[in-house]
Design a protein around this ligand. Structure first.
Ligand code: SF4
Length: 289
């Protein structure tokens, strides 16, 4: 049985960078507390927890002597300031792609322009970005919400980093009906999600079974599952190797593997080895008739 990994899988640049920054702080002997879970992966959070990393939900929970970590989604300037006042050290692991959106919003607000951010207003990344232009920014989900916007001054349109390109461009087009001024459209979508889906799609037609490693509640992992299922009915979303049912692999010659953007490499390697062991068992115990 051959195990094939998709061309793009696992940690995206921003998540990998955030984990490395936490590891650097641990190496310096810091007591590390992250504002919100650093990543949406229980196994990786447990691993970091074993080194003493804990999570707080509010800046007020941080104490002198502790290191506060801002995760890849970023936070509002007010939250950052509060952390800087309370913690002994702040590690800002905001993904540079998110920082770019924050800076664009802040600059447009300084010029007294409206900022429309296409994304989910409840998502932490969007709450953070809005904080950079509180009086000027509107976060809307899609074009259906454009009608509810006021008349706009020299609007800048940017996007949450993980939304679909079609949603962004359709909404940006609709925004042109809400102003007489020129609309500046800056596509700030990050390609990490799409790259993983494209790579999974390319592999799904070539394998007999497909394992997507990622959190059951992670939307990018569930989307990867849907993409794989289109071409490979035996596609499974798993969090650990214990969830693999060896019977599903009877007769499988090639097995595809991919992983969501929050799945660490060590977990992927462990699961790949487990699948290969199952393959060996089938070969030795159940020779093909
Ligand atoms: S998905 Fe993109 S924007 Fe978000 S953390 Fe990863 S690299 Fe950064």
């Amino acid at each position: 049985m051959k195990v094939l990994l998709a061309d793009e899988y696992g940690f995206c640049f921003g998540v990998e960078r955030a984990v490395e920054m936490v590891e650097d702080a641990l190496e310096e002997g810091d007591t590390v507390r992250t504002l919100g879970p650093l990543i949406h992966n229980e196994q990786e959070m447990q691993r970091l927890g074993n080194y003493g990393v804990s999570t707080i939900s509010e800046p007020v929970q941080i104490r002198r002597g502790e290191t506060a970590v801002i995760r890849a989604h970023g936070v509002t300037p007010e939250v950052q300031k509060e952390l800087e006042e309370k913690a002994s050290k702040v590690v800002d692991a905001t993904c540079p792609f998110v920082t770019r959106v924050q800076k664009l919003a802040a600059r447009a607000a300084e010029q007294d322009r409206h900022v429309i951010v296409v994304g989910n207003p409840d998502h932490p990344e969007m709450i953070g970005v809005k904080g950079y232009a509180p009086e000027h920014a509107f976060v809307i989900k899609d074009e259906t919400e454009v009608a509810g916007l006021p008349w706009l001054r020299h609007p800048l349109v940017v996007s949450q980093t993980t939304i679909k390109a079609k949603t962004f461009f359709d909404t940006a087009e609709a925004i042109k009906t809400k102003t007489d001024d020129e609309v500046q459209i800056v596509n700030t979508i990050c390609s990490a999600t799409r790259d993983r889906q494209d790579a999974a799609r390319a592999l799904a037609g070539e394998v007999d079974a497909f394992y997507i490693i990622g959190g059951r509640h992670s939307s990018n992992s569930r989307k990867l599952l849907a993409v794989c299922q289109e071409q490979c009915p035996k596609s499974f979303l798993i969090e650990t190797e214990e969830e693999i049912n060896a019977q599903d692999l009877v007769g499988a010659e090639t097995v595809g593997v991919t992983a969501g953007a929050s799945t660490p490499d060590w977990l992927i390697k462990k699961i790949v080895s487990h699948i290969e062991e199952i393959g060996e068992r089938w070969k030795n115990e159940l020779p093909l008739a």
